[in-house]
Design a protein around this ligand. Structure first.
Ligand SMILES: Nc1ncnc2c1ncn2[C@@H]1O[C@H](COP(=O)(O)OP(=O)(O)OP(=O)(O)O)[C@@H](O)[C@H]1O
Ligand SMILES: [Mg+2]
Length: 353
């Protein structure tokens, strides 16, 4: 049993609660009666990495779809495997899931080499495949009950419905659900055996921005429950928003890997500060004399390269000192799309939906 204190978001009352690791408990505030949920994180021992991939290769005839890649996924993290269409993401994830056979290389799940010991871990992983479909004429609850039968280890289905926010559609037929809800049912299915590692292959492709956000919240819930999440995506915003660790795959090779901050520091070209409509057209020259790198200036609009955040304060104090007025100021930080473009010369996303 774990004991903790939570604060009511409404009246700020401190409420003591107890629960077991992995439990999501409904509580109501004794002072203002506001109802909410408290998640108790799973306490997973940290002895082995969740996933270890070394020298992994997959050839389809002459095509090298996955070209000797290596990476490690730590327990409890959201790992985003990011790459454009055809990069080798599904091939990689399905080799880790033991669905496709590698040409060469080693894969360990929770410390077990899957060539010899996949049986030891198969109950401890959950899978949402890229082309996910379920039974059209089963309700949500029947669907989860059906998949639950396939495993010895079972999670409480009511807890899954709570965590995935599916209680309101529990008795609806799968075929009657919207795309976003179907994806959420897909994630829910991957949890019926209470897995330690959850593989989600492009869980938000084809969803509208609202439904995509809802799936993102679900993924955050999985992390809060202590699960390791291996997320395959070609949406850089998804990786930026969710991932603790990102590996970018391109043409079967991992071309960059690290936290978002690592990638921006290593491959980004620093930030750019844009000043618009300055009333003093000499501002560019003034800043140049102060040693700033002016990238562009025209009619009082000016772009300045910023390598350290301290420089922003220096610029603001020069503007104040010179009594320069301006209409707007904004700072552009490099993002994953630009890093990908910089590394490959190609766009990461075909669309921006
Ligand atoms: N079973 C197969 N037989 C032959 N070639 C394949 C097979 N599966 C995938 N490929 C090829 O391997 C490459 C990688 O495909 P994969 O499906 O792993 O990419 P992906 O990154 O998941 O792409 P997407 O974002 O479109 O899902 C592609 O060129 C694809 O055409
Ligand atoms: Mg794929």
């Amino acid at each position: 049993m774990v004991y903790k204190e939570v604060q009511c978001p409404s009246c700020k009352e401190i409420i003591p609660v107890s629960g077991v690791p992995g439990e999501i408990k409904k509580i109501s505030c004794p002072r203002c009666n506001k109802v909410g949920k408290v998640t108790f994180a799973n306490t997973v021992p940290l002895q082995d990495d969740a996933i270890m991939v070394s020298g992994l290769r997959k050839e389809y005839g002459d095509l090298v779809a996955v070209n000797d890649i290596s990476f490690t996924v730590r327990r409890g993290e959201v790992f985003a495997f990011l790459g454009p269409n055809g990069a080798g993401k599904t091939t990689t994830v399905e080799m880790i899931e033991s669905i496709r056979k590698p040409t060469s290389g080693t894969i360990k799940l929770l410390g077990n080499d899957i060539r010899s010991s996949f049986d030891k871990v198969k109950e401890r992983i959950g899978i949402l495949p890229q082309e996910f479909h379920s039974f059209e004429r089963l309700t949500v609850i029947e669907t989860l009950q059906y998949f639950s039968i396939l495993f010895q280890k079972k999670a409480d289905i009511e807890d899954i419905l709570d965590a995935m926010d599916l209680q309101h559609v529990r008795n609806k037929l799968y075929k009657e659900l919207s795309g976003g809800l179907k994806q959420r049912v897909g994630v829910a299915i991957s949890l019926v055996n209470d897995p330690d590692i959850v593989f989600l292959d492009e869980p938000t492709t084809g969803l509208d921005p609202k439904a995509r956000r809802e799936v993102w919240e679900v993924i955050k819930t999985l992390k809060a429950k202590g699960k390791t999440v291996f997320l395959t995506t070609h949406y850089m915003e998804e990786a930026e928003f969710l991932a603790d660790h990102i590996a970018i795959i391109h043409k079967g090779k991992i071309i960059a890997e690290g936290t978002l901050e690592d990638l921006i520091q290593t491959f980004g070209h620093g930030s750019i500060l844009h000043l618009r409509r300055c009333n003093n057209k000499q501002i560019g020259n003034i800043l140049k004399e102060e040693g700033f790198n002016i990238m562009n200036q025209q009619n009082g609009n000016i772009s300045i390269s910023i390598d350290y955040t301290d420089k922003i304060l220096d610029i603001l104090s020069i503007l104040r000192h010179e009594a320069i007025e301006y209409q707007s100021i904004d700072i552009h930080r490099p993002n994953l799309e630009e890093i990908f473009l910089h590394l490959t010369g190609a766009k990461l996303q075909g669309d921006n939906t």
